[in-house]
Design a protein around this ligand. Structure first.
Ligand code: IPE
Ligand code: IPE
Ligand code: MG
Length: 262
């Protein structure tokens, strides 16, 4: 019986195996940090004749697959935009559903994060989040903190402007109480006061769903990120779309304001 159970488990694993076509990729030039604006859940659900929340559920599944695919490719950090500071404007039923989904996700996926050596982190403000979500976030950080594989950096109640405002206030308070001299405030000081402290800046920003905007994501950090968009909605985004985005990235010439000598 045990043997059979083992077989079934292997089968399930096979079913979850990542299928992607990596032959054209330059494995020496994989972006270290990819930021993803996980957009289009609601429109995808509507196109299936389903309620918007069905799309959020499907989108959570997509994230699992894409994190595993990215890890396989050697990506070090995925920053995934799950809920923005502006998303509170949505109907309370949708907001509540997303909060419950986050809470469930952060409970159910811990084992899988640990099996796959994924370290979970969060960016955004805890203030305003339901207590239970905050507890699950704390638990996810604690339970995965020793994992050394890919970092899944989840943006929850995140806004780029709110992040910069938070940094400015903290820096100003340090300047006012004399622990920081105004002349010492530089890019490093600012970066050390952002939620992303210690992480490299994103090399590649992916936005599915067809909109060509940033929607307040990582405003400071994306200064020189390469941007790739697709009309594909997030729930239907596959590892091959990730490969497509990285291939496009590998075709770009990153100049950082300088010149490339030829
Ligand atoms: C992104 O999908 C998820 C969140 C913003 C929480 P949307 O819910 O924005 O889906 P669309 O853009 O309306 O299709
Ligand atoms: C951005 O998507 C936020 C997330 C994906 C969490 P939105 O759907 O909120 O962005 P807008 O409103 O189209 O700019
Ligand atoms: Mg949207």
């Amino acid at each position: 019986m045990l043997v059979f159970r083992g077989l079934f488990q292997t089968k399930n694993k096979t079913k979850n195996n990542i299928v992607m076509h990596t032959e054209d990729l330059d494995m020496q030039n994989i972006p270290q940090h990819i930021a993803i604006i996980m957009d289009g859940n609601g429109r995808w659900a509507k196109a299936q004749g389903k309620v918007r929340t069905f799309g959020h559920q499907a989108g959570a599944e997509t994230l699992k697959t894409i994190v595993r695919a990215a890890d396989k490719l050697g990506v070090k950090v995925i920053s995934a935009y799950a809920f923005s500071t502006e998303n509170w404007k949505r109907p309370v039923t949708e907001v509540n559903f997303i909060m419950e989904l986050l809470s469930r996700y952060l409970t159910n996926e811990i084992d899988e994060f640990n099996e796959n050596n994924v370290q979970v982190r969060f960016i955004g403000s805890r203030k305003g989040l339901p207590e239970i979500v905050q507890q699950k976030m704390e638990h996810a950080i604690e339970a995965t903190k020793n994992n050394t594989g890919i970092i899944l950096n989840l943006a929850i109640n995140y806004g780029g402007q709110a992040e910069i405002l938070h940094a400015v206030r903290t820096i100003a308070a340090e300047a006012a109480n004399g622990t920081l001299a105004v002349d010492d405030i530089d890019n490093n000081v600012i970066e050390n006061h952002l939620y992303t402290k210690g992480l490299p800046a994103p090399d590649l920003l992916i936005r599915p769903g067809g909109d060509l905007r940033i929607s307040n994501f990582l405003l400071w950090q994306i200064a020189y990120a390469e941007i790739w968009t697709t009309k594909v909605f997030w729930p239907e985004f596959t590892p091959d779309h990730l490969v497509e985005a990285i291939l496009a990235y590998q075709g770009r010439e990153r100049r950082f304001g300088g010149l490339i000598s030829r």
